[in-house]
Design a protein around this ligand. Structure first.
Ligand code: ING
Length: 312
């Protein structure tokens, strides 16, 4: 039996600070049209899809910060996305900055949602691994202030029954941490969808760009292979107000093979037929956790970095 989904990875090119959400959503709707023309069941958008990557800017005024957040989902700017995808019976993934009042307090998260074919939000994830720093760092070539603007995600790494499969999400830096995929792998995940906004250069070193592209793929390919799951990683790419973001959006099979990859730094749709049953072989052989994984024999697993070595 095959459970084949036609999946579109909808990379976005740069979004300038001055670009309106309406303009961005119109670009996204063009990608939805292209995805519909190719028969996509699902379209995956990127991290912080609706705005420029604003954590690169140091801001002190909360109202200035909050202009980058969505207080409603769907809201006036995003309703067209929900309406059009529902019309096409196409599910979608969307990353955005979430402003929400919970128990009388305002909270701000780097968030992603899964929306089903009928336009209903089926799952929500909030970014756990927030890279960067929370105060202006004079040592860096550019700022990365996610720790300043977002709270750490408080939803864990859940999975959902979605599109006749088991789906999970993560966001950007999460994809670099093996725990991210394993927590979902232990729940039987069959497709992990994620967005990323990754600077092409390292603000703290002269790391060559090809190394960054290598780390991007190896992180996602390893996560896919070691948990026998599809991984769809979608970039916001290109030059935003003078700051370059890498592309490389990819659809990765449970074997770890890249089956499709974007070639530009612009709005670009790549499509692949993803058989969710292709995850079974790995889960039932090499990565059959029940038969082969021996956590009780792994020795001390500390929550701290590193382990106290026994005295000489
Ligand atoms: N961006 C980058 C990412 O994890 C980064 C930040 C790049 C951290 C390279 C470490 C190394 O892809 C976001 N938004 O997390």
């Amino acid at each position: 039996m095959a459970r084949v989904l036609t999946v579109g990875a909808a990379q976005l090119g740069p979004i300038q600070k001055a670009e309106s959400r309406t303009s961005v959503v119109n670009r996204m709707l063009a990608l939805v049209e292209a995805a519909n023309d190719k028969g996509c069941d699902l379209i995956v958008f990127t991290e912080l899809s609706l705005t420029t990557f604003f954590p690169r800017w140091y801001m002190e005024d909360q109202a200035e910060v909050d202009q980058w957040f969505e207080a409603e989902m769907p809201g006036p700017d995003t309703q067209a996305l929900f309406d059009t995808t529902r019309q096409y019976q196409m599910a979608f993934h969307l990353g955005y900055a979430e402003l929400i009042e919970e128990e009388g307090e305002l909270h701000r998260y780097n968030t992603a949602i899964l929306v089903d074919r009928d336009g209903q939000i089926a799952g929500k994830y909030r970014k756990v691994h927030l890279p960067g720093h929370d105060e202006f760092d004079t040592e860096r070539d550019f700022q990365h202030l996610e720790k300043r603007y977002f709270e750490v995600g408080n939803l864990g790494f859940p999975v959902w029954r979605f599109l006749d499969g088991i789906f999970g999400m993560c966001i950007c830096n999460d994809r670099r941490w093996p725990e991210t995929y394993r927590v979902m792998g232990l729940q039987g995940v069959e497709m992990v969808v994620l967005g990323y906004n990754t600077p092409s250069t390292n603000s703290q070193s002269d790391e060559a760009p090809h190394v960054r592209a290598f780390h991007n793929l190896i992180s996602m390919q390893a996560g896919a292979y070691q948990n026998s799951t599809w991984v769809v990683g979608v970039a916001k790419a290109g030059c935003e107000d003078g700051h370059d973001l890498m592309g490389g959006s990819a659809i990765i099979a449970p074997t770890g093979e890249v089956v499709a990859q974007c070639r530009t730094l612009d709005d670009e749709l790549i499509v692949a037929d993803c058989d969710l049953d292709a995850t079974k072989f790995g889960k039932e052989t090499i990565f059959d956790f029940a038969r082969h994984r021996r956590i009780e024999h792994y020795g001390l697993i500390t929550e701290r970095t590193g382990v106290e070595l026994p005295p000489e």
